[in-house]
Design a protein around this ligand. Structure first.
Ligand code: UDP
Ligand code: MG
Length: 327
């Protein structure tokens, strides 16, 4: 079935002119001897000479494809544009800055040949990154797994190989706030980790300052968890219960022959009950909002891993359920 596989490598680039001339030769050298391939560079609205470098590369190497987005859409969207354009039987997603060593790709291809559908790079060590970035990244993966409805592998970025059926299934998920690694986990399929050592950036500087990291983290958690909404329900129920407890306690005290509680205590009890009730109602509205969010993502209901004795679509690929797609 995979006698002559073809590989696509997708490289999102934002202001990477300094590093691209080093990236391409290293990619090509690493891929030599694996299988025929194409490299799809996506210029994500760079403001430096990235596009000129890519256009030059495309002139000199016919395995290079170059896409230029109309403005900076962010890494996750740039990667999606590359995945949409990829024609390979498998697609590798890799950063342009050589932090993900291209030399790891053959190990991913090997796993794919063994029958795995997703081979994701797991970072064993990271050079050249601040203690703060390491700490926050590590905390994020752990919080994500604690609150999200799916389990994402720890210490794993977007550097990974995806089989064609995963790429097709991912292509049918058109949600705007994209958290690709979570979406791939959501899809399932046979996944395996490929450990590697994350290097320091070859040149240039990170485009993920704290603000963008927080946004990505929020996209990840909000896309796969309605827990934040549920917090209102919990808090409301708690306050309501406390108020009711106070009411019952004062009634019991009065029955036992004591006095009614002071005016202050009565006001506090009433406030806890009313405030709690309001939060509870907000939480219920939130539950519906959560459902509306999930529905509005228009994710496919499921993805197929295999099919026997069932018709094949025209491209000979697994038909994906587009039941809930717009348009
Ligand atoms: N990138 C992109 N668009 C952006 C930001 C980053 O395409 O708006 C690309 C960037 O060129 C690189 C990859 O995404 O290939 C990862 O970005 P970066 O190295 O800045 O992030 P870090 O590795 O520091 O998390
Ligand atoms: Mg980087």
């Amino acid at each position: 079935m995979r006698s002559a596989p073809f590989l696509s490598v997708v490289v999102p680039c934002f202001n990477e002119e300094q590093v691209l001339s080093a990236t391409h030769p290293r990619l090509v050298a690493a891929l030599a001897g694996t299988c025929p391939f194409e490299v799809i560079y996506v210029d994500d609205g760079s403001r430096d000479g990235t596009w000129e470098v890519l256009a030059d590369l495309q002139q000199t190497d016919d395995r290079v494809r170059a896409l230029r987005l109309s403005r900076n859409f962010g890494h996750q969207i740039a990667a999606t544009a590359g995945l949409d354009a990829a024609t390979g039987d498998a697609v590798v997603l890799i950063d342009a800055d050589l932090q993900d060593p291209p030399e790891v790709i053959p190990a991913m291809v090997q796993r794919w040949r063994e029958g795995y559908d997703v081979a994701y790079g797991r970072r064993l060590a990271r050079d050249g990154e601040s203690v703060f970035k390491l700490g926050t990244a590590s905390a994020f993966y752990r919080i994500f797994n604690a609150v999200a409805s799916i389990e994402a592998p720890l210490d794993t970025g977007d550097f990974r190989l995806l089989d064609r059926k995963v790429v097709d299934a991912l292509g049918s998920m058109r949600e705007g706030h994209r958290f690709l690694r979570g979406m791939v986990s959501w899809l399932g399929f046979r996944q395996i980790a490929v450990p590697y050592h994350r290097a320091a950036r070859a040149a240039g500087h990170t485009h993920y300052p704290l603000r963008r990291m927080l946004r990505l983290a929020a996209d990840g958690i909000l896309s796969f968890s309605t827990l934040p909404l549920r917090l209102a329900t919990f808090a409301g129920a708690l306050a309501c219960l406390a108020g009711m407890g106070g009411l019952l306690a004062s009634a019991a005290m009065r029955i036992a022959g004591g006095a009614w509680p002071s005016a202050t205590a009565a006001v506090l009890i009433a406030m806890a009950m009313m405030g709690g009730l309001q939060l509870l109602c907000l939480g219920i509205a939130g539950e519906y909002l959560g459902r509306i969010y999930v529905e509005s993502c228009r994710r496919p209901l499921y993805a197929l891993a295999e099919r026997r004795g069932v018709a094949v679509d025209r491209a000979g690929r697994t038909p994906q359920p587009h039941l809930y797609r717009a348009g």
